[in-house]
Structure formats: structure tokens, C-alpha cells
Design a protein around this ligand. Structure first.
Ligand SMILES: NC(=O)c1ccc[n+]([C@@H]2O[C@H](COP(=O)([O-])OP(=O)(O)OC[C@H]3O[C@@H](n4cnc5c(N)ncnc54)[C@H](O)[C@@H]3O)[C@@H](O)[C@H]2O)c1
Ligand SMILES: [Zn+2]
Length: 350
């Protein structure tokens, strides 16, 4: 598992994390919106004697494609990165997924240090070793499991994050509460606004708590083989479908997860694993979080159809992660399109 450094100002520790200069260049591949942070990092590395090359990219889902990565391999090759080089990825989840894949495949894999810069990446995507890109038939269909050597979480970098991206991170944080930590869920019901405002120490404490949950689950099932890791996908079958059905007002990943968790919660009640009362309470909380409402224009049937390429689909139908109580999940197999359309309509799809 990756080493973790969590502290306000931790960006400044990246040179120490990279180690001693060994003559091979270090590449910083980062979100171009984070130019000031990338410049600071470059200077800090140079001050310790590293040769660096900085590649900035536009961070969005389009970066997560084989064609968008192709020129990046060329840039690294031309900059002389070799097997003993390190790539430092600086940005949100799209950077982590794409640059993690780049690092895992460049010259069959070089050292990768991940510096997440969104709340979502801090609590979720940076940890766990899932790297990869999308295919036109679905999200995250191409990739490799590859753990970053070190993850450097610097909550001070989140200050510039816009409101929607904060809510997006909150979506994954609520997920941890629902699947694994009832006390976390209860505290979020009272205090979620503190996270949106990035208030300390609540924000750092919550990030640590989420990472601890994720680390425990990933360690028990690193390659998603035993089914344990699947619980992290709570809300994601519908979220991925919603993200794939473009044109209905693009949602941030975590916003889509909020909507997806509402559907999964309703499905838990429909299947009888969760009491109707608990489901209504969770749905009311999730439904009150500020997510732009345009997704409601998507036809339930189109969202259900978009789950066709879900990696969790089997011949018997869709496999869903459901709740059997707050803080605990169960697996449901063979969920039919009709059941799915039913709960999608319940949460407000057309
Ligand atoms: N690998 C995993 O386990 C895993 C888990 C969850 C999500 N994901 C993936 O993560 C992606 C979503 O992550 P994301 O929301 O972080 O995406 P992102 O990288 O696109 O970042 C969201 C937005 O925030 C901006 N941004 C980033 N850091 C900023 C900062 N410090 N200040 C201001 N703006 C900043 C970006 O430019 C972008 O516009 C999706 O592709 C999803 O599939 C992967
Ligand atoms: Zn997610």
C-alpha cells in the first residue's frame, strides 16, 4: 500500500518524498489551473538539485482517454525520463487516474507520487491504485492496478476549489459513512457544511477517517476479486451511467454519486434489505444536498440502458451494492431493468 503524508503545507515535502537526486529527471504532470502550486513544486525540487520537467494539462474527463495520453508519453520521452525517474501527478481525480496510468505504463512503469488537489481525490481516488482511462463505451474500462509510491495530501490546496467540487467530494465522504461508518454519517448530517467551508480541524480529521476506511477495504481486496472492495462502488452503477448519458447537464463525479446513492438506497428498500424508514431518511439527506437539478431531465430508461457496460453486469442482470443498515452493505444480484427504472423514477428521473 502507498505511504501517506497528510498535512497542511505538505506540498513542500514532495522533494523529500521523492528522495535524493539520482541524475534522472523528475516530471511534474499537473492540472494547468494549479500553475502557482506547480511552480512552487518545481522550485522546491530544483532547490534540492533535481532536474525537472513540467507538463500541464487541462483536467477533465477528456484527459482520461488513450488519445489524450499519447502526446504525454512523447513529452516524457523527449524530456529524457528514464526508468529511474519519478512522475509527480498534481491534480484532482482525472489527473490521478490518467497520470497514474501514464506512470504505470511509461517504460513499463516508473515511480509515481500522487498529490491530490480536490476533496474527492483526497478522500478517494488518490488511494487504492485504480488507474486508467475511459472508452467511448464506458468509464474506466481501460487501466491497470498500480499503487502510487506516496500520496501527499495537502488540505491547504483545497482553498481554491469551487463549490460544486466541494460538494462532489462530500458525495464520496457520505458514501464512506453509509457503507462503513454510522458515526461518520451521523456527524455529516449535522456538520456537512463545515466540510464545504473546509473548516479545520473537521476537514483534515474527516479526510483521515475516509482514507483509513478506504485503506482497510482496499488492503482486504486490492484487485477487487473477493467482492469486499465492491462496497466502495455503492451508488456508482447509476453514477457511471449518469456520467455516460451526456447532454443532461454534466455532473461532477461526486454529484453523480449522490444521485446514484439515492437510487441504490431506494433499491435497498425495494429489495427489503433496508427499512423503508432508514431509506427515506437517507434519501431526504442526500436529496437536500445542493446538486444542480438538470439530471432530472434524463429519462430513467436511458440511464438504465447506460448501465449495460457496467463492469459489474453479469448474465443474470446487474449486481448492486445495497445497504442493509447505515454503515453496512450487502450485495444484490440480478437486478432487473424494471426494478432499476422504478427506483430511478422514485428519485426523480423522467
Ligand atoms: N481511481 C479511483 O479510485 C477513483 C475514485 C473516485 C473517482 N475517480 C475519478 O476521479 C475523477 C473525478 O475527480 P475530480 O472531481 O477530482 O476531477 P478533476 O480532476 O476533473 O477535478 C475537478 C475540477 O477541479 C479543478 N481543480 C482541481 N484541483 C483544484 C484546486 N485545488 N483548486 C481549484 N480547482 C481545482 C479541476 O481543474 C477540475 O475542473 C473521475 O474521473 C472519476 O472517475 C477515481
Ligand atoms: Zn467515486
Amino acid at each position: 500500500m502507498s505511504k501517506l503524508v497528510i498535512a497542511s503545507g505538505a506540498l513542500g515535502r514532495v522533494p523529500l518524498v521523492v528522495g535524493r537526486p539520482n541524475g534522472s529527471p523528475v516530471a511534474i504532470v499537473g492540472d494547468r489551473r494549479l500553475r502557482p502550486a506547480l511552480d512552487r513544486l518545481e522550485r522546491a525540487l530544483a532547490a534540492r538539485g533535481f532536474r525537472t520537467t513540467t507538463v500541464t494539462v487541462r483536467a477533465n474527463e477528456a484527459l482520461k482517454s488513450l488519445s489524450a495520453l499519447e502526446p504525454l508519453y512523447g513529452k516524457l520521452l523527449r524530456a529524457g525520463l528514464d526508468r529511474r525517474s519519478t512522475i509527480v501527478g498534481v491534480g484532482g481525480g482525472t489527473i490521478g487516474d490518467a497520470v497514474g496510468f501514464l506512470a504505470a505504463t511509461y517504460l513499463r512503469g516508473v515511480r509515481f507520487v500522487s498529490v491530490p488537489t480536490t476533496l474527492l481525490a483526497d478522500v478517494d481516488s488518490a488511494l487504492g491504485g485504480k488507474t486508467g482511462v475511459n472508452h467511448e463505451l464506458g468509464k474506466n474500462l481501460i487501466g491497470v492496478f498500480s499503487q502510487p509510491e506516496t500520496i501527499v495530501v495537502d488540505p491547504a490546496l483545497l482553498r481554491t476549489l469551487d463549490a460544486r467540487d466541494r460538494i462532489s467530494g462530500l458525495g464520496e465522504i457520505v458514501k464512506y459513512g453509509l457503507i462503513a461508518d454510522p458515526a461518520l454519517y451521523r456527524s455529516l448530517r449535522e456538520r456537512w457544511r463545515e466540510l464545504v467551508e473546509l473548516r479545520e480541524p473537521y476537514t483534515s480529521k474527516t479526510i483521515r477517517r475516509c482514507l483509513a476506511i478506504k485503506a482497510r477495504i482496499v488492503a482486504a481486496d486490492e484487485r477487487e476479486l473477493t467482492g469486499l472492495r465492491e462496497q466502495l462502488n455503492f451508488g456508482h452503477t447509476v453514477a457511471h451511467a449518469l456520467e455516460a448519458v451526456a447532454g443532461f447537464g454534466t455532473l461532477r463525479h461526486g454529484e453523480a454519486v449522490i444521485v446514484g446513492m439515492r437510487a441504490a438506497t431506494r433499491l435497498s428498500a425495494l429489495r427489503g434489505t433496508l427499512s423503508a424508514g432508514a431509506a427515506a431518511e437517507i434519501d431526504a439527506f442526500l436529496g437536500a444536498l445542493p446538486v444542480p437539478p438538470k439530471w432530472r431531465r434524463a429519462p430513467a430508461s436511458a440511464v438504465a440502458a447506460a448501465t449495460r457496460h457496467d463492469k459489474k453486469r453479469t448474465a443474470k442482470g446487474l449486481r448492486f451494492v445495497l445497504l442493509d443498515r447505515i454503515g453496512h452493505t450487502v450485495r444484490a444480484d440480478g437486478v432487473s431493468t424494471e426494478e432499476l427504472v422504478h427506483v430511478l423514477r422514485e428519485v426523480g428521473f423522467r
